[in-house]
Design a protein around this ligand. Structure first.
Ligand code: SF4
Length: 288
């Protein structure tokens, strides 16, 4: 069996959140630059320029890309040969606390949705656990902004509404969000499963690489079609018009009940911060 020290988890999580808040993924930057070339609206082009400048300043000066440094979302892929003699979720929260304090990131979490008292360290993180073969721990993190999250939606469609119903719902969600979700967007779409599974699929979709393809042909086709239709909505960069409303659409699907067609849309703003790292477990004997 293998393990990873608590200290390593804490330091890794801290570094990942600081890094993601300051440094936008290079592939996303390339996509923004490409979008600037193809944007037909002058105001839209100008806004894309400002977004590109902003990420350069954040990178060079070690400051957050946006004042909203989000909810700390963590997806873990845990190798089945790993064992932890400590509370992994607690260690993650210590890492988040250190990252948000040491990195001067805004603390955006309140203790209770109704009493609104800030926890002052951005904890608790939202942690998802999955298991994989082997002795690796793959950690994905994203500080998820509140603006785009607030405009995300879920609907239980009737199966007879089919693909057309899904398309209508996604387009309606992006249109209603307008500038409030800070486009250009990455649109995560989860289809199938049940109520909570569809939301999780949509969230996992925005964690995918901007240049990857969906796992099956149906989803791949839908991604292309939706991207084309979304960019004809004239929402544009920051909602002020233009042909760049979304940089990518990511569709994740899952089997579902014969009577259901759940669809969830998780909107990710242009400040699409996410990072991942793979840690390799050490043989238990070596760690003692
Ligand atoms: S939605 Fe994104 S870009 Fe807009 S304020 Fe929130 S984190 Fe910042």
């Amino acid at each position: 069996m293998y393990t990873i020290k608590r200290k390593t988890i804490i330091e890794t999580i801290k570094d990942l959140f600081i890094d993601s808040a300051y440094n936008l993924d290079e592939k996303l930057v390339s996509s923004l630059k490409k979008a600037k070339q193809s944007e037909t609206n002058n105001l839209g082009k100008n806004i894309l320029d400002r977004i590109i400048d902003n990420q350069e300043i954040a990178r060079n000066d070690d400051i957050p890309l946006c004042q909203d440094t989000g909810v700390s979302v963590v997806f873990l892929e845990i190798g089945r040969e790993l064992i932890f003699d400590y509370d992994l979720e607690e260690a993650i929260n210590v890492g988040v606390r250190r990252g948000y304090i040491d990195g001067f990131l805004r603390k955006s979490i309140v203790k209770h949705p109704l009493n609104r008292i800030n926890t002052l360290d951005n904890t608790p993180a939202i942690v998802h656990f999955n298991f994989i073969p082997g002795n690796k721990l793959i950690i994905h993190v994203a500080p998820k902004g509140g603006g785009s999250e607030n405009m995300s939606r879920l609907k239980m469609l009737s199966p007879s509404e089919g693909e057309a119903g899904v398309i209508d719902f996604v387009l309606d969600t992006v249109k209603k969000a307008g500038g409030k979700a800070c486009p250009p967007l990455i649109v995560g779409v989860g289809i199938g499963g049940n109520f909570e599974k569809s939301a999780l699929l949509a969230k996992q979709a925005i964690f995918r690489s901007i240049d990857d393809n969906a796992k099956n042909e149906v989803d791949q086709k839908l991604e292309k079609l939706l991207l084309e239709k979304i960019n004809k909505l004239n929402v544009g960069p920051m909602g002020l018009g233009g042909t760049t409303t979304a940089l990518a659409v990511k569709v994740n699907s899952f089997p579902c009940h014969i009577a259901s067609l759940p669809v969830a849309v998780n909107l990710q703003c242009h400040s699409a911060r996410k990072k991942e790292v793979t840690l390799i477990g050490k043989k238990i004997n070596n760690t003692n």
